[in-house]
Design a protein around this ligand. Structure first.
Ligand SMILES: Cc1cc2nc3c(=O)[nH]c(=O)nc-3n(C[C@H](O)[C@H](O)[C@H](O)COP(=O)(O)OP(=O)(O)OC[C@H]3O[C@@H](n4cnc5c(N)ncnc54)[C@H](O)[C@@H]3O)c2cc1C
Length: 291
């Protein structure tokens, strides 16, 4: 049962930020409501003031500054990211990830900002953005700050937003030359939340034979998106082979702290981490070679 609240529907960012600044911890943002309403109905979250930002059209955009940054407004819906020609051309992994996220109904209404701020550890976008070294622009009245996507996630359903702040924009740098990025998740049916998922970025050296940089980011393998840093270290400076990727998978499976639920035991998830790290890293490697 949802408790009573006062409802606001600002039409500009300034109006929304004024409300958030006025009501601080007592206010809650709603965008598409696809995650928030679930937790409100379960009684896990209640609020005095609901600030509905879905009508702020200025926060729904995808801009690409060739060779520099891709900028995605927080209110951009998943479907727009999936179908964006510029994203398909320059950041194909984002488009692929969105294609497997939920159903078309959810993708049509749910926003990327809402997905990230809800911070479900099984969420698909966060690991891909972390693999892509993305940053977030957080706005409050009279102030903006930039934070790395990695620092944004603090724990289970917990992010680094301060009272009065909202997520305004996601900024994704153009990957370095010879970089390949891939993402996959274990899903029982198409569009399911992943039982586990992996996003991997690999950058090769100038000769194209040695791994210069690697990011391995896992979903649903810990209370928040997790970088398997030891597994990354196992790849950097080496020529990547099948057996090295299998070793990275083994290492990653020891770094995780997976949940156990109806979708799989913690042990099963650890096994799947081995499989997915190897599989996704191989795909990222192939892409890096072709980049
Ligand atoms: C049936 C179903 C299937 C799904 N499957 C998947 C899946 O396979 N993979 C996956 O990753 N996700 C999945 N999701 C989650 C879905 O992606 C999110 O529910 C959706 O993107 C949330 O966006 P929203 O705009 O509805 O956010 P809301 O529900 O409105 O908000 C979610 C949270 O974010 C906060 N918030 C929203 N916008 C901002 C902002 N700009 N600044 C600060 N705080 C903000 C709200 O206060 C709230 O805490 C699924 C959801 C459903 C309902």
């Amino acid at each position: 049962m949802i408790k009573d609240f006062e409802y606001f529907s600002p039409k500009t960012v300034e109006e929304a930020l004024s409300l958030l600044s006025q009501y601080k911890e007592e206010a809650k943002i709603i965008a598409g409501g696809q995650s928030l309403l679930v937790v409100m109905k379960q009684g896990l979250i209640s609020t005095e003031y609901l600030v509905d930002i879905k009508g702020i059209s200025a926060l729904a955009y995808i801009n690409y500054d060739e060779g520099k940054y891709l900028r995605i407004g927080a209110l951009t819906v998943h479907h727009a990211i999936e179908k964006s020609p510029v994203i398909q051309e320059h950041f194909g992994v984002l488009s692929e990830m969105e294609r497997n996220l939920a159903t078309v109904q959810t993708r049509n209404w749910g926003t990327i900002g809402g997905n990230l701020c809800h911070a479900d550890p099984a969420g698909d976008p966060a690991p891909v953005f972390i693999a892509l070294k993305a940053k977030l622009k957080l706005a409050s009245l009279g102030r903006e700050r930039i934070i790395s996507m990695e620092e944004f996630f603090r724990g289970y359903l917990e992010v680094a937003l301060e009272p009065g702040e909202m997520l305004a924009e996601i900024q994704v740098p153009t990957p370095s030359p010879r970089t390949g990025v891939a993402q996959e998740k274990l899903m029982v049916m198409h569009g399911d939340m992943g039982t586990v998922g992996a996003a991997v970025s690999i950058t090769l050296n100038k000769g194209g034979s040695v791994c210069q940089d690697a990011r391995i980011v896992l979903s649903n393998a810990a209370p928040a998106p997790l970088r398997a840093r030891d597994a990354e270290k196992a790849l950097v400076g080496k020529t990547i082979t099948d057996s090295l990727l299998a070793e990275a998978g083994q290492i990653a499976s020891r770094e995780v702290d997976p949940p156990a639920d109806v979708h799989g035991s913690a042990e099963y998830r650890r096994e799947m981490v081995k499989v997915f790290v190897k599989r996704v890293a191989l795909k990222a490697l192939e892409r890096a070679k072709a980049a």
